[in-house]
Design a binder for this molecule. Structure first.
Ligand code: PMP
Length: 406
């Protein structure tokens, strides 16, 4: 059955909104996505009927809340193709997970003279924690190069690996350009150097089926709110052996086996990394979001999104004064562009007058923008509920903005 975004839109209450009297065209999905009614209902159900702290109680509500919370963990496990639910660690978001990994691997794997390799595509969240970890350890941060379209070159990546490379971090998909990184190929090359491979999957999980075993990475993180789930919840997956190796990032309640005044023994993963009361509603909401996605034909969704992205890139590139940046092929979810003579912020402000929500600026990838010789772009980013009519509105509004501002 062909995928019908109009049917899907009915599942997302916020999409009924108007902005300045016109229907909202929400094209800022790489920043955050809207939530289907199933997610709102799951959160509402928890707070109305089962609210309790998890893992601590003998009473019925606590047992019910714990069961729903752990059920959500198993949904994530299935979604990522992970071997065991104990490999799924709840985090506040991708940023939280990447900081945990950088702190832990900084301690267990990095020493003076060692190297961490990241790509030039990195979101600040997958750059700054590694900068800090390298600095603390006396290690060096190396940057795998990209070409003028923001595509990492396999040869450049291979050349940046060396005998001292201990950790390699990369995005699965670039949030600023939509570049799809060949993770499996890069992970295999990194493993040939015995490096640990960390993947930032924030912009992949909403768009692509992800199988961590097929990718061959060692750790993978993503944020719930970019995948139709709530804010404040994210996921860190890592191989069980790596989780066993890593020290806890935070200590406190819930993450111990035993404690004395002098010392403590940690619980097994994932609890070792989940100190304090977790975001129970967030985890359950994210589970509901992934369960919702699993009811859809994911390859039809991907085809639909791909058609929107390709058409938007093609038609924007034809406009006078507009330059589309990023990869020529294999772009996922995102179309980034500039308008000659206009600041990205002014373009985004004008588009908002037409009810069109896009993002402008460096997209938390300032070094990437510098490499491309840009200070920022306008970014239209797509989700399963976007339509061809919205692409038409975007292209027409950008044409008007280019004429007015350029
Ligand atoms: N990595 C990428 C590629 C992202 O797009 C984002 C969010 N813009 C992050 C990391 C950080 O995610 P969060 O703010 O949800 O922790």
């Amino acid at each position: 059955m062909p995928f019908d975004p109009e049917t899907i839109r009915a599942d997302f209450p916020l999409l009924q909104r108007s902005i300045r009297g016109v229907p909202l065209a929400y094209l800022d999905n790489a920043a955050t996505t809207h939530k289907p009614a199933a997610v709102l209902a799951a959160i509402d159900e928890l707070y109305r009927h089962h609210n309790a702290n998890v893992h601590r109680g003998a009473h019925t509500l606590s047992i019910e809340a714990t069961e729903a919370y752990e059920h959500a963990r198993r949904i994530v496990q299935r979604c990522l193709g992970a071997e065991d639910p104990s490999e799924i660690v709840w985090q506040h978001g991708a940023t939280d997970g990447l900081n945990l990994l950088a702190h832990g691997l900084g301690e267990t794997r990095l020493g003076p003279g060692d190297e961490v390799l990241v790509t030039a595509l990195e979101h600040h969240s997958n750059l700054l924690p590694w900068q800090a970890a390298a600095r603390r350890a006396g290690a060096h941060l190396r940057i795998a190069p990209i070409d003028a379209h923001g595509v990492p070159s396999p040869d450049g990546f291979a050349a940046a690996l060396g005998p001292r490379t201990r950790v390699v971090a990369m995005p699965h998909v670039s949030n600023a350009l939509g570049t799809l990184v060949p993770v499996a190929e890069f992970a295999a090359r990194a493993h040939a150097h015995d490096a640990v491979v960390v993947v930032d999957g924030c912009q992949a999980v909403p768009h692509l089926p992800v199988d961590v075993a097929a990718l061959g990475c060692d750790a993978y993180v993503f944020s719930g709110h970019k995948t139709y789930g709530p804010t404040g919840i994210g996921v860190l997956w890592a191989r069980r052996a790596l989780l066993d190796e890593l020290p806890p990032y935070q200590t406190g309640g819930e993450m111990i086996r035993s404690v004395s005044f002098e010392a403590a023994e940690w619980a097994d993963p994932p609890l070792k990394f989940e100190a304090g009361t977790p975001h129970v509603a967030g985890a359950i909401g994210l589970g509901a979001a992934l369960a919702y996605l699993a009811t859809l034909d994911r390859s039809a969704v991907a085809d639909h999104e791909q058609a929107l992205v390709s058409r938007a890139a093609r038609e924007l590139a034809r406009l006078e004064g507009v330059r589309v940046v990023g990869p020529q092929q294999g772009r996922v979810g995102v179309v980034s562009f500039t308008v000659a003579g206009a600041s990205p912020h002014d373009v985004a402000t004008l588009l908002d007058q037409h009810g069109i929500a896009v993002r402008s600026g460096h997209h938390c990838a300032e070094p990437l923008m510098g490499r491309l010789g840009l200070t920022g772009t306008v970014r239209a980013s797509f989700a399963l509920y976007n339509t061809h009519a919205e692409v038409t509105r975007l292209v027409n509004a950008v044409r008007d903005a280019a004429a007015m501002l350029g």
